[in-house]
Design a protein around this ligand. Sequence first.
Ligand SMILES: C[S@@+](CC[C@H](N)C(=O)[O-])C[C@H]1O[C@@H](n2cnc3c(N)ncnc32)[C@H](O)[C@@H]1O
Length: 232
Amino acid sequence: MTPTDSLLTMDLRSGDDDWSPTPHGHWLATMLAEKDLVSGRDVLELGAGVANHTILIHRKGARSIVATEITEELIETSKVNFERNCGDGADIDFRVADWLSTPGRFDVVVSNPPFCQSGKQNRRYFLDSLILDAHKRLRPRGELVFIQSSMADFGETERRMDRNGFDVEIVGTTSGPFRDYYFEDAQFMKEIEQVDGGYELRDGVYHEHLRVYRGKLREWAPHSNAHLPGQG
Ligand SMILES: C[S@@+](CC[C@H](N)C(=O)[O-])C[C@H]1O[C@@H](n2cnc3c(N)ncnc32)[C@H](O)[C@@H]1O
């Protein structure tokens, strides 16, 4: 077994409402295992699911972790899976929180944001929100690490990250066939037709590309004439 394989070996259990990891989650896990993205850092993980990434973030030596989910039941799954694999001695806080609405400043924010099934009119809502507002949860020079599909528009993400003060690095790419549920949403299939390079047909089979991005906040200070009431 390779070192990456042993990092990725975990006992995960889930109920009907829990998110079962997909190739997106597996690729982010591989990148977390292979690269040095979190060691010695205070990490905020958004949408921890079955704790597949939370466990890795701990195994890779994060100093502390805050892991979030949207309901008590979902965060209970994250907590139980984490403790089964990592014990109860870690510096970790499991919180119910709506996306970035949780207190604290961190060195790294990690996520596999909802996209295809985001349930929002702007399907990119969670990605866009992350790019726009993660700076409120990050320390200066903090980093954002997330996975995205080509269907969600790589160009749009890279432009928005740059505009919002992040230096962009592509940590790793892969590709794979569409999941069956993509085809079940006719509106989704229509939307991705509009995305430049959103998918690739290989021998008639739809494939998406996946990228793990790392965005690093650039040094910045407000313009000298900025009007910032209440911010000293
Ligand atoms: C694509 S799944 C990723 C789960 C897990 N990290 C993985 O990669 O397998 C997105 C996760 O975000 C959670 N989620 C959805 N809306 C959320 C919100 N508003 N705030 C926090 N988490 C949310 C879902 O419950 C789900 O577990």
